[in-house]
Design a protein around this ligand. Sequence first.
Ligand code: ATP
Ligand code: MG
Length: 449
Amino acid sequence: MSNHLDSHWVELMEQGALHVMQVLLGKGHRAFMVGGCVRDRLMNVQVKDIDIATSAAPETVLELFDKVIPTGLQHGTVTVLYKQFSYEVTTFRKENEYVNHRHPKTVQFVDELHEDLLRRDFTINAMALDVDAQLIDPYDGLEDIKRGIIRCVGNAHERFEEDALRMMRAIRFAARFRFRIEDDTWKAALMLAPLMEHIAMERVRTEWELMLQSKEAGLAIQLLADSGMLKRTRNELAYRFVWNERIRIITSWIDQMPIGLGRWGIWAWASELSPGVLRTQLQRMTCSKHQANDIVKSLQAFLEWYEFICNHLHEEDAVKLQWKRGIVKYERVCMCAVLEMIQIFHRMNSESFYGPFSIELLDCSRIEFVISSSKVWDEEVKVTNARELAISGHQVMQILKKTPGPWLSEVINHLIDVTAIGEIPNHLDVLESYIQLTWGESADDGHAH
Ligand code: ATP
Ligand code: MG
């Protein structure tokens, strides 16, 4: 979407929010836009969604609107659908007695917006706007935005003790806006980092991913390392998020990578994790099996490819073959991540004094050849798995007049390989005669299985 369309979309979303607020006001309740949307609006950052806080009880909100979802009634949250947008409408509330350094034991609905703002994490997240766009800012959030500061609402030590996840959020927001974490808030985070062990690993992963895949990932990783926060997670992470020279170097480059798998790959590589240890680490972080597979495969593909190219850099045909076989073995998404990793290595090499790592052994122009050709090689690979072959296993058995057995997958894999690298075209008649010639009765003994 262009910026123009974006701003039109935000305008429509705001109009919808105003409508929802007007309905509440019309019934004698109070209603405000709160939290991230107010902050982003004041910072001229694109607003993603709008949260509304109201004095109306959740049941009342349910009754007042046609399309509603009781998202979290016990916490006072109802999602109101209006036109193409959805709004989280939450009853003013205060949180009492936190348990396990994460969850409030009870929430109490209150009458005052100020009390609701008081429970929020940072001053920049604790502002509200009324329907007339009047700002309600009891904790000087606007001033902190102007000064570029992340500061807890109230006593930082207490706020992090209540909910330790806020420490990671502080880092996420600080990196995202390139704000400084105010001294007392930072000191409290350093002191209370061990409380991270109370936080569910799913939450740790979510925050980590938001940071890794953000525009300011490098700064976030640096702050995380400085804080020592990830040394204290509930499930022990391998090497407890080491802070080493490689990590230090990638923090200044990772922001230039596209959002995606390549960032996981470069982080894993920089952490010096072997594929096996990486998998354990990802499991401990509660990554899905599918995601963990992709990340581990990307690292494996990169390591394998790297070793290969160190030895065969000047053999263009061999490099091309290796790349195509990589697509079959590791799938396109992973090779795409490998390419992103190579690109960032190449940049580090050509623009940095560090001439990082042993890649400095490599001749830059040769790496450029891989970077510029890989897209074409990628397009040339028409077959990456058995489903894409123009011949089925059943047909192979008929041609060779054999019953199923382990030989079949060997033949199929061979066919995938020769079609993937373009040795023969993926056409049924070509494959049929190739099979006859290679494995049929008339084939050389040397070829017969
Ligand atoms: P983002 O743009 O990343 O969504 P956000 O400010 O909207 O930023 P959310 O996690 O969506 O962040 O939370 C919405 C609001 O709820 C925050 O602005 C903050 O006021 C409050 N909030 C969220 N999490 C916490 C927390 N752990 N402790 C206190 N307040 C919180
Ligand atoms: Mg939000």
